[in-house]
Design a protein around this ligand. Structure first.
Ligand code: ADP
Ligand code: G6P
Length: 492
């Protein structure tokens, strides 16, 4: 088994299998923020990515992707149902997103969660070279840091949560709250998107485990675990370069033509998820149409909603409701050849997404709760000429970094309508000033800056940080210092 000095462990691998037009099986980049963030980063790094390839049964042997070794962890049908669809996406996901849907609890799901976390920990232990850095990602794998520390005390272990970490009163509902916290504390550094999330975590550790904690450090026996906020980002330069490409510009022009040359194009791009506020957005748009504030001939809404977690009941219900509402709005307000909403459920390649961002005069990103929301950042990065208005929910992590967006509370229907109208009618000079400020922020706060700050905090290994964040070619990484050095770092 080939071993690496950097191992990323995430539930999902950066590729999904799909069926090509000729019927052959092919691999494409999987949609979702975690993959979008990490995939560009790991290209050219001597890293292994441990994750699930989608589907059930034996793990497929996968080719390296852009130099990243892929190590697939197999899931059985029961694992898929009880770990991925159950504990991860029907217990933790809704609870972590303000319980906007009711979290469900089943003892069988917890057993699967432990079983699958152990399998991931064992897979990571097998591919990590002595003293390697292992970076565990997201809510599917809370127990992996603790399990890995038992298996491989020589490793430097990081954990990063891409989704919100809830306030204590919500987290306390979890029957297995103590085990989840202990699992995360197996890491040397626990990272969150927001300062508030790190604060919530510290409070819970004191309350549930009785450990000494501040918002930066937690004492766990003879170890010190560091915690902090590391807002994730995108490959800003890559998106900007893509959006500036002549073929993408030409595609954007064609899209505008195909949309009937409206004065204003509003775009939303989401996974089909109840956290994304799609229904609230449709309602706001429909009321603006009904009141005559927006006219179909002048303005179109393009809603991209790629299906997600399709066997989970709450997602099935959402999709039905969204599609019924899109049908109703188009039936009521559209005309022949002029729908009010262009509704697309397909995954697109990056160039097509960039063209869509370029054609959008207003980008409506209005989740009810979101850890970060990379779509908002991608849109900003793609607006290379400083045009375009970003309508952004206050409840997206991105709002803390992009205060120049047109901020709205998506729970407030009237506020949402006013925000949308303000963005549609904004003066070009105001739009440009806001966009310039947001682009400047993302220019410095890109995915490499994120990795740099996280990995520097995890372990001051100059070579590793340099290689990952310069985007250049790489040699092998030096072995990381052992545990005693790690302890000394943490106390420093
Ligand atoms: P989440 O991680 O909850 O899905 P984010 O907005 O953070 O939300 O990330 C979504 C990522 O998935 C973005 O990088 C976006 O470009 C990508 N994505 C969303 N919809 C599609 C689609 N239809 N085709 C391809 N990529 C998509
Ligand atoms: C969010 C989560 C990721 C997840 C992604 C797509 O970004 O934080 O961990 O991979 O959504 O969801 P999926 O269930 O398809 O992996």
């Amino acid at each position: 088994m080939r071993q690496s000095s950097l191992v990323v462990v995430a539930n999902r691998l950066p590729i999904d299998d799909s069926i090509a037009p000729d019927g052959a099986c092919e691999w494409r980049r999987s949609p979702g923020g975690l993959v979008s963030a990490l995939h560009p980063l790991l290209r050219h790094a001597p890293a292994t990515w441990v994750g699930w390839a989608g589907g059930t049964g034996p793990a497929p042997a996968l080719p390296d992707v852009d130099g990243v070794r892929l190590c697939a962890v197999p899931l059985t049908a029961d694992d898929l149902r009880d770990h991925y669809e159950g504990f991860a996406n029907a217990t933790l996901w809704p609870l972590y997103h303000d319980a906007v849907e009711q979290p469900q609890h089943h003892r069988r799901w917890w057993e699967a969660y432990q079983r699958v976390n152990r399998r991931f920990a064992e897979a990571a232990a097998a591919v990590a070279e002595p003293g390697a850095v292992v970076w565990v990602q997201d809510y599917h794998l809370h127990l992996v840091p603790g399990m890995l520390r038992d298996l491989r005390p020589d490793l430097r272990i990081g954990f990063f949560l891409h989704v919100p970490f809830p306030p204590p009163e919500l987290f306390m509902q979890l029957p297995r709250r103590a085990e989840l916290l202990r699992g995360m504390l197996g890491a040397d550094l626990v990272g969150f998107q927001r300062v508030q999330a790190a604060h919530n975590f510290a409070q819970l550790v004191v309350k549930v485990l009785g450990l000494p904690a501040t918002d930066r450090r937690i004492g766990v026996g003879d170890r010190v675990v560091r915690i902090g906020a590391f807002p994730v980002s995108i490959d800003t330069a890559e998106m900007a370069a893509l959006a500036a490409r002549p073929d993408v510009a030409a595609r954007a022009q064609r899209l505008r033509q195909d949309l009937g040359r409206p004065e204003r194009v509003i775009l939303s791009v989401d996974r089909m998820d109840y956290t994304k506020g799609i229904e609230q957005r449709l309602k706001a748009y429909s009321e603006l149409l009904a009141a005559g504030h927006v006219k179909v001939r002048d303005t179109v809404l393009v809603q991209v909603a790629v299906p997600s977690r399709e066997r989970v009941g709450q997602y099935q219900v959402l999709r039905e409701r969204v599609e019924r509402e899109v049908g109703r709005i188009n039936g009521e307000f559209g005309r022949v050849g002029e729908p009010a909403i262009h509704y697309l459920t397909q995954p697109f390649d990056r160039a097509e997404l960039a063209a869509l961002y370029r054609v959008a005069d207003v980008m409506a990103v209005t989740p009810l709760r979101d850890g970060m929301n990379l779509v908002a950042k991608e849109y900003v990065a793609a607006r290379v000429d400083d045009t375009g208005a970003l309508l952004l929910s206050e409840f997206a992590g991105a709002a803390a970094e992009l205060p120049q967006a047109y901020l709205v509370n998506p729970h407030d229907l009237e506020g949402l309508k006013e925000g949308l109208l303000a963005a549609l009618r904004a003066a070009p000079a105001d739009v440009a000033e806001r966009m310039r400020a947001m682009r400047a922020h993302l220019h410095t706060h890109d995915i490499r800056a994120w990795a740099r700050s996280y990995l520097t905090a995890l372990n001051d290994t100059g070579a590793l940080v340099e290689r990952l964040t310069s985007g250049g070619e790489s040699a092998r990484l030096p072995a990381q210092p052992g545990r005693s050095a790690a302890r000394a770092d943490h106390r420093g």
